[in-house]
Design a protein around this ligand. Structure first.
Ligand code: C2E
Ligand code: CA
Ligand code: CA
Length: 540
């Protein structure tokens, strides 16, 4: 109540100051006109100033009353010529009064339009007209107000993760309607909240007085509603909804930071775990990932990559029959970065092809250098799932071996089981093309993709690499059964088997007994630099 009174009082005072200012301007103009000899002087035009000010500060009524007063004050009581005491003709001052009033009305009308346009522009910056909700800018302002009032609250972002898919496979209007529907469903399920539109697939909700646990339960309950398809405009739509939660003040007491952390929590929520509370550790990991992303671009140009080669030993022949080329990255500040980490980032940001090209070029050049020293060996190169989407890299490999005069049979293309299965038909034709040219083909990480060997029969394959996961379990009955089955099946299909990650004698003996063909693992050797490899092979 007292706040309203103070507000009204301030407004009243402001208005009075403006009126006083206008009155003073009118008085000043009257005096100037009189002192400069009457209405025949040009100073009558000064009167436009109070009229324009009234039109700017007030409404049409205020502007026209001011204009009338201005017209009358320069009207019947003002001389046309003060020295000769000549009064004005009525038509003179009446005409002026009409002009003043018209100008007051027109200008007030124009100023009103400009003000309305400005209000609309401000609205646009804080409001999404289509959805009928305040937007992210307004959310940040409201968060700041709540923080200033020292309120405790939760902030949840909900995002339709498959919006692109809905837009592409059905229609973008169904996509829009899905967001509206989700907002509607949330409004129905809850009363004390404020909803904000964030992006075309995202909205945020402020839940006053909620702690993290209650927010989690509430959000989870809402997500549950999307386990079943939702009907939208006659379509049954599967909406994949995910959510990210932050709490004020537990996670931050700054509106921008809260917003940022809400978005991070949303990013951290994967589809399998579709609800995530902000976690500082995850943010650190994200930051690290981002830094790696940034420096990956320079890694090739700045010669931060190099290759090491891990020997593969044939148990039958008891000799080194080949190597696997493995990439190493020594970052100038961070030191060695785990290949699994940077390879997956490179896949995500779409530069894996360039990296694989670098590996191909350098491996082939290394083989050529070794050949010149009379040292002949096979080398396997890892292809990522994204490298086998087109035949570009196989063609590049052909070009490289021609230029370096290396026999294609010395090169093996390693593709993971998951990568092979993902796009089986294309991969099949690609591998056929590669094999026809003379390259060897190897299926990597076999057993981890939960695919039956049956699927892989369709592919032209020379080697199958049993993943370390199974070799680590070779002392258990389950592990033994799995490895035995893989070896038997592969041999029936005339495919040779490589055991990966063999670390001890016991594993080696068991694999020997069960006719595994090749061994790759620390038991024999870690990946080696080129010179170390030559020494290793010579002394094997
Ligand atoms: P991968 O292709 O399965 O390579 C085998 C990994 O197992 C290598 O790790 C190797 O050092 C490691 N390893 C071999 N024997 C043993 C052992 O006895 N014990 C243990 N603990 N580890 C063993 P690395 O070099 O760290 O590479 C990890 C993964 O990164 C590779 O798994 C591969 O998926 C990827 N990668 C490495 N270099 C490249 C590359 O040039 N291109 C692509 N696309 N991926 C690569
Ligand atoms: Ca490999
Ligand atoms: Ca592997």
């Amino acid at each position: 109540m007292s706040k309203i009174f103070i507000y009204n009082y301030i407004n009243f005072r402001k208005r009075m100051v403006k009126i006083l200012f206008i009155v003073l301007l009118i008085f000043f103009t009257d005096e100037t006109v009189y002192l400069t000899g009457g209405t025949q002087s040009a100073f009558t035009h000064f009167m436009y100033i109070p009229i324009l000010m009234a039109a700017f500060w007030g409404d049409i009524k205020f502007a026209s009353i001011t204009a009338l007063i201005c017209g009358i004050s320069l009207g019947p009581f003002m001389y046309r010529n003060v020295i000769d005491e000549v009064m004005q003709e009525p038509k003179e001052w009446i005409f002026r009064l009409i002009i003043f009033t018209l100008i007051g009305i027109i200008m007030s009308f124009l100023f009103e339009r400009i003000k309305q346009y400005k209000i609309k522009e401000i609205d646009k910056a804080f409001f999404n007209e289509k959805i009928g909700l305040a937007n992210a800018n307004k959310l940040k302002i409201d968060l700041a107000k709540r923080i200033k009032r020292k309120e405790c609250f939760s902030l949840v972002a909900f995002q339709i993760a498959n919006m692109d898919h809905i837009n592409r496979s059905i229609d973008y209007r169904i996509g829009e309607a899905s967001l509206e529907k989700a907002i509607h469903m949330f409004s129905d399920s809850s009363s004390s909240h404020e909803i904000y539109y964030i992006y075309n697939n995202e909205f945020a909700v402020v839940l006053p007085k909620y702690n993290v646990e209650d927010t989690y339960i509430k959000a989870l309950k809402f997500l549950e509603e999307f386990r079943e398809p939702v009907s939208i405009k006659g379509f049954k739509i599967e909406i994949v909804m995910k959510a990210g939660i932050v709490h004020c003040p537990s996670h931050s007491s700054n509106s921008d930071e809260l917003f940022k952390k809400m978005e991070l929590a949303l990013d951290q929520a994967s589809n399998s775990l579709d609800l995530c509370v902000y976690d500082a550790k995850l943010e650190k990991r994200n930051k690290e990932k981002y830094e790696i992303q940034m420096s990956l671009h320079d890694a090739i140009n700045n010669k931060q990559f190099y290759l090491v080669y891990q020997p593969k030993i044939s148990l039958n022949e008891n000799k080194v029959i080949g190597v696997e080329a493995l990439l190493r990255w020594k970052h100038p500040q961070k030191g060695f970065i785990d290949p699994e980490q940077f390879i997956s980032i490179a896949e995500n940001i779409g530069i894996i092809n360039d990296i694989t090209k670098w590996v191909i070029e350098n491996t082939v050049q290394q083989l050529s250098q070794w050949q010149q020293k009379g040292f002949y060996i096979n080398a396997a190169i890892n292809f990522s799932t994204k490298d086998v989407k087109t035949d570009e890299l196989v063609e590049f490999m052909k070009k490289c071996i021609k230029e370096n005069r290396v026999n294609p049979e010395k090169i093996e293309l390693e593709i993971t089981e998951r990568g092979a299965i993902k796009n089986l038909d294309f991969v099949k034709s690609l591998l056929n093309n590669a094999r026809k040219f003379g390259f060897k083909i190897s299926i990597d990480d076999f057993g981890t993709g939960y695919n039956s060997l049956f699927n892989l029969i369709k592919l032209p394959v020379d080697h199958l690499k049993i993943d370390k996961f199974f070799i680590d379990r070779i002392n258990d009955l389950d592990g033994q059964i799995a490895v035995k089955n893989i070896i038997n099946m592969a041999h029936k299909l005339d495919i040779k088997v490589v055991a990966e990650g063999v670390e001890n004698q016991k594993q080696l003996e068991w694999l020997k007994q069960h006719e595994c063909d090749y061994i790759q693992g620390y038991y024999y050797s870690k990946p080696l630099l080129p010179d170390e490899l030559i020494k290793y092979v010579k002394t094997f």
